[in-house]
Ligand binder design. Structure first.
Ligand code: FS2
Ligand code: SF4
Length: 550
């Protein structure tokens, strides 16, 4: 195996024995096999689209297939084999749509010969999942994407961006939102990775375009959430527990939470959020359920420590899952794209197995905890825009810091806690995603009634943070880069990669990124990012604050 798609990759180079995340060589090979299949599928689907033909089933599968390869999502070899089999079905569909036979011979229909001039590289074109899928997967490696390390780096950035965008597009689809241009881009961009004639700047351009489409996708997801659950509003969330049965929901999918809330109503079960589900409490359409009791625990990497302390049932509706310990594995469920071998899996919307498990588990104690504030999406923040603008004009607020992104297990992430603690008292901190658990229980006070810590939401709510920045830039009649706003980002997996691409697409400069730089960014590609966007690795909170505030 050779995987370096996430921040915790072994020795900062690559996981090549087994994954630091728990991914075994067998599942790594199956994911490589799947990616190869998806590239071939994309190539044929892209050819079909050039002829005005598309199939929503193929489009939907592309999201599921890519999502299955995102860090901390699918660790289950049997499940991955099924996804690969489905990929082959979809590829045959796409081939038929494009006018080729499904037998791999590549029978060309007259009139589209030019479109097939190059064709996907042999391996992708002839991809056919037969025999030993692990062995077959071992023959494909991201190291073979291109012989030039810079081109390979740019292709990898594109592929990881597509993976992150697929996760968000999948959530948006569950909310009933899609965009044809985005669906077409998935195929066009992944098909491009099969084109031997493309060079470095082609892939850099496609990566930036990926950032643009991801803004659309995050916007669709935001729209879906608001249409279904109302605009997030500032809301206090209790961090303790209530006496009675409980289910802990972790992940990003709000629709899954809503269905569970409906199905548990009146059953004496309290629902708790974990990790990236925390912002759910701010939506009127979700907080109306009296048994949405509070938030339990912190970010994803603390699950092995925290889950044994939660006596009820636990369900993962997206990443980040870690190997469940024996003390709680029988209470864990995975849903939809998430899978772990030996863990009960649910597809669809019937959560009776989770409910039965929760009812059979011991009660949680009555132990009210501290309350924290969530719900500062763009509508809430811009609702008090006059106050915020006035505070900047009078000098009461000197600077805004967006300290956002993923949390992770590797050392070095205390930087973000220390940074937040050292932010001067006349500055406001915006935060989003799971990295905020490093500091969201600290007291930051307020400036003239504006809380100094504003939780914008989940990682996908980067969309909301962007809307806030654009509105402030409009109010101050300047560009976003001229605002008294600095972005201090933490990355871990591929959703963070695509958010970074979105920020770069918007021309946002001077981002400080940590805790370490991605192993898949080659020195020359890094130079390009530094020269064009002035991206810098984090150093120390003191030095970075001095650099930003002068
Ligand atoms: Fe956190 Fe994990 Fe949100 Fe990432 S819960 S690192 O997937 O997407 O951020
Ligand atoms: Fe290693 Fe991350 Fe890949 Fe897991 S996803 S194998 S931790 S690089």
């Amino acid at each position: 195996m050779y995987c370096h798609q996430c921040e915790q990759t072994a020795k900062g180079v690559a996981c090549n024995i087994s994954g630091v995340c728990g991914k075994q060589p067998e599942t790594a090979a199956l994911q490589d096999n799947l990616l190869q299949g998806l590239r071939g599928l994309a190539w044929y689907a892209n050819e079909a689209r050039k002829q005005g033909k598309r199939d929503p089933e193929v489009d939907k599968f592309m999201l599921e297939g890519l999502f299955a390869t995102v860090t901390n999502v699918d660790f289950d070899a049997k499940h991955l084999e099924k996804v690969i089999a489905r990929c082959y079905e979809m590829e045959k569909k796409a081939m038929a749509l494009a006018g080729t036979s499904c037998c791999g011979i590549g029978k060309l229909v007259s009139g589209i010969k030019d479109a097939f001039k190059h064709g996907p590289p042999t391996a992708a074109k002839d991809w056919k999942p037969t025999g030993d899928l692990v062995k077959q997967g071992e023959a494909y490696s991201i190291e073979d994407l291109h012989s030039d390390p810079d081109v390979r780096s740019a292709i990898e950035i594109l592929i990881y961006g597509l993976k992150g965008m697929a996760a968000y597009a999948h959530h948006a689809l569950i909310q009933g939102k899609t965009d044809e241009e985005v669906s077409a881009f998935f195929h066009r961009a992944l098909a491009a990775t099969c084109d031997p004639d493309l060079g470095l700047m082609d892939f850099v351009g496609l990566a930036m375009e990926c950032g643009k489409h991801n803004l659309t996708v995050m916007g669709l997801l935001n729209q879906g959430h608001i249409e279904h659950y109302g605009k997030p509003e500032p809301t206090k969330v209790n961090l303790g527990t209530r006496a009675g049965k409980g289910i802990l929901v972790t992940g990003h999918d709000l629709k899954m939470l809503e269905e569970l809330l409906k199905q548990t109503e009146g059953k004496g079960i309290n629902i708790y959020t974990h990790g990236e589900m925390l912002p759910a409490h701010a939506y009127p359409g979700l907080k109306k359920y009296a048994h949405l009791a509070g938030n339990f625990g912190g970010a994803w990497q603390d699950q092995a420590k925290e889950f044994p302390e939660f006596p009820g049932a636990i369900i993962f509706n997206t990443n980040c899952i870690q190997k469940p310990a024996g003390s709680y594995i029988d209470r864990v469920f995975t849903w939809d794209c998430v899978s772990w071998p030996g863990v009960k899996h649910i597809d669809g919307w019937d959560f009776s197995a989770v409910i039965d498990k929760a009812l059979a588990c011991p009660d949680l104690p009555e132990a009210p905890g501290k309350e924290i504030l969530v719900g500062f999406g763009h509508d809430a923040v811009l609702g008090v825009a006059d106050k915020v603008i006035e505070a900047v004009k009078t000098g009461a607020v000197k600077h805004f810091f967006l300290i956002g992104g993923c949390d992770g297990a590797k050392p070095g992430r205390n930087y973000y806690t220390e940074f937040a603690e050292k932010v001067p008292e006349d500055c406001i901190i915006l935060t989003l995603a799971c990295g905020k658990y490093r500091f969201n229980k600290l007291d930051f006070g307020d400036i003239g009634g504006i809380p100094r810590l504003l939780d914008v939401g989940q990682c996908n709510d980067a969309y909301s943070a962007i809307q806030i920045a654009i509105a402030l830039a409009g109010a101050f009649e300047c560009g976003v880069n001229d605002l008294p706003l600095s972005l201090i980002l933490s990355w871990y997996e591929q959703k963070a990669v695509v958010i970074l691409l979105t920020l770069l697409h918007l021309g946002i400069k001077n981002i400080k990124l940590g805790p370490s730089l991605p192993a898949f960014v080659s020195p020359n590609v890094l130079n390009y990012l530094v020269e064009n966007f002035n991206i810098a690795p984090i150093s120390t909170p003191e030095a970075d604050l001095k650099d930003i505030l002068g």
